[in-house]
Design a protein around this ligand. Structure first.
Ligand code: NIG
Ligand code: FE
Length: 387
């Protein structure tokens, strides 16, 4: 295996508290890193770096771990920019638009879905995402959801079954039958996914329905995550903690008791500021969650309805500007926090032995990610040590 020395790094965030300045982001200056095409082999000062087969001069640039985007709905057909325009003109988001994407996705061929999702995946990767979670949820029938799980598996190991996204039109008058279908036959056909998720919210599934689906997911061997309290507080966060979900996502509406519950749990709060941005909703406070001791992750929520966002830099900038996180905290949440939301230890940091996934920025300091929103700040992305 070929080893590569990445040297002359102006600012390196390792997310290893034992390194550098011993802060949570483990910051080193004038640093170097040696990787092979899988793992980090060495990290330390440029001046004491060992030899390697190849050498890459970062010329003073900042380097961060590859972004871990732990929440996307990457596989869908079509777009819904008209709904976005209507919302900007004052109409609220109600989740009903999902049916339009379901219709377009059902009608699309595998090839069309591969092509459209591949374009979005390319944008995420170019923006520094090295690990991505992908959900099903835009077919809402047995064969269609199984197809989306299969297509997602072509992209990533972090595949989530979201048959319980909303109740499809065919079942409007018998929601119970749809919940039964999702928890039964659909779950069996989608057992190849790693995760089960439910949209537990106003207009989607209530807490009792979500509990049925999540328990069926666990019985099928899945780990659990939950869309919670995006539109209203219906008690979904407490369900996520009760069932030890790896992550509870959105948390747009969160009360003091939920904050306490989360702080005393192993459930990560994944914030999705692209959704608040695109639906003109109030941003939840990342500051409040962090100060209470909750582990916070940041993700794109890339989907055609509420957050057609493929840039983790944009998400970081929003979290700093609108959610009260410092730049270091936001970058940590977009990397190690995302890894925690996927219960992964091998990504999201640059310790020796971690996966060699990193981003070389077009900037001398990591703060530029929030300081220069909309700029193209990614010079290079290495995934498994390879450009
Ligand atoms: O995470 N909240 C549920 N699902 C998506 C929105 C899906 C859509 O509107 O198409 C979300 O925001
Ligand atoms: Fe989502």
């Amino acid at each position: 295996m070929v080893s590569r020395l990445l040297t002359n790094i102006g600012e390196l965030l390792t997310n290893n508290v034992e390194l550098g300045d011993h802060s949570p982001v483990g910051r080193l200056r004038d640093a170097a890193l040696v990787v092979d095409d899988e793992r980090v082999l060495w990290v330390g000062d440029s001046s004491s770096a060992p030899d390697a087969d190849e050498r890459y001069d970062a010329r003073g640039a900042a380097v961060v771990p590859g972004f871990v985007d732990s929440h996307t709905h990457l596989i869908f057909a079509g777009e819904r920019s008209d709904e976005f325009e209507a919302r900007m003109a004052g109409r609220p988001y109600a989740g009903r638009g999902i049916a339009r994407t379901v219709e377009a996705t059902r009608a699309a061929s595998d090839e069309q879905l591969r092509q459209e999702s591949g374009t979005r995946l390319g944008a995420l990767r170019a923006g520094g995402v090295t690990t991505v979670e992908v959900k099903s949820g835009y077919s809402l029938d047995v064969a269609g959801e199984a197809r989306l799980v299969d297509l997602a598996s072509e992209i990533t190991d972090e595949v989530t079954f979201l048959g319980a996204h909303v109740v499809p039109r065919e079942f409007t008058h018998d929601r119970g039958a749809y919940v039964e279908l999702v928890a039964g036959e659909m779950m069996r056909r989608c057992a190849g996914a790693k995760w089960t998720d439910v949209f537990c919210d106003d207009g989607a599934f209530d807490v009792d329905e979500a509990r049925v689906v999540l328990n069926a997911g666990r019985a099928a061997g899945h780990e659990l995550r939950l869309h919670a309290n995006q539109l209203r507080d219906i008690g979904a966060i407490s369900l996520a903690v009760e069932l030890d979900c790896a992550s509870v996502d959105h948390c747009t509406y969160v009360d003091d008791e939920d904050v306490e519950r989360l702080a005393g749990s192993h459930t990560v709060a994944t914030l999705l500021p692209g959704a608040e941005f695109s639906t003109r909703s109030p941003y939840p406070s990342g500051r409040r969650l962090r100060d209470a001791g909750v582990t916070v992750a940041l993700a794109t929520d890339c989907n055609p309805g509420t957050s057609y966002v493929t840039s983790m830099s944009f998400v970081i900038a929003l979290a700093v500007r609108e959610m009260g996180l410092s730049v270091d905290e936001a970058v940590w949440s977009a990397t190690r926090g995302g890894a925690a939301a996927l219960r992964r230890d091998d990504v999201g940091h640059l310790s020796v032995g971690a996966r060699a996934d990193l981003v070389i920025l077009n900037a001398p300091r990591v703060a530029h990610l929030a300081y220069r929103p909309g700029a193209s700040l990614v010079r290079e992305v290495w995934r498994n040590g390879v450009e």
